[in-house]
Design a protein. Structure first.
Length: 214
């Protein structure tokens, strides 16, 4: 039997980037997204412990064992580790090894500004950003400040989610990316956002929450 290829050039680029000040709704948006809720293969770089729906690992040894045991099979795991560039690159190298076109995988990266620089992406994060599409990998990256995210990833994202931003510089920067008047970005409130799909016009949205029963 011929060995099955891990790549498929026909797959769409489904990378997301979520940008906004703390409390803007970035993580909530991801946790409600089908790529998180319905995918059997999810890996999350999660230093703050935001994704309680995934099995948590706090050591490299434990996470590595889980990844090796899963192979190209089902895995829903998060790594809660010290947010250093070296640790993040190690996480990305494992995510890269698990990519398979026939087994879609969502890879979440929280607080990118802590582990990447605004210029070129580190090696394996760059692989995921530039080549992950054909391996069935869907990236969902998160940052509070858009100008602190590496340009490699930002330029590869098909979907750009923009929530509340505090500084005029960030607001102006994102207005350009979203092709919107700066006022539209500057007046966003918590849980309100714009999302842009490729070259299509940005669409406004709002995260809603069910009221607790008395």
């Amino acid at each position: 039997m011929a060995k099955q290829s891990r790549t498929d050039e026909s797959l769409d680029n489904l990378h997301h980037i979520c940008l906004g000040f703390t409390g803007s709704g970035k993580t909530t948006f991801i946790k409600r997204h089908p790529y998180y809720r319905q995918c059997e293969r999810v890996l999350a770089w999660d230093p703050e412990g935001s994704y309680s729906g995934l099995r948590n690992y706090t050591t490299k040894q434990g996470f590595l064992r889980a990844v090796k045991a899963a192979g190209f099979g089902k895995i829903r795991a998060r790594l809660e580790l010290d947010p250093t560039p070296e640790n993040f690159e190690w996480f990305c190298s494992l995510a890269w090894a698990l990519g398979h076109a026939q087994r879609p995988m969502t890879v979440i990266a929280e607080e990118l500004a802590d582990v990447v620089k605004p210029g070129k992406a580190p090696r394996h994060w760059g692989f995921l950003s530039r080549k992950g599409r054909k391996y069935g990998i869907r990236l969902m990256g998160v940052s509070q400040r858009p100008q602190e995210v590496d340009k490699t990833f930002l330029n590869q994202c098909r979907y750009i989610w923009c929530g509340l931003l505090r500084t005029p510089a960030d607001q102006k920067y994102m207005a350009g990316i979203m092709s919107l008047p700066t006022e539209n970005i500057a007046t966003l409130e918590e849980c309100h956002f714009y999302i842009r799909n490729g070259s299509k016009p940005s669409q406004a949205g709002k995260l809603t929450f069910k009221k607790a029963k008395k």
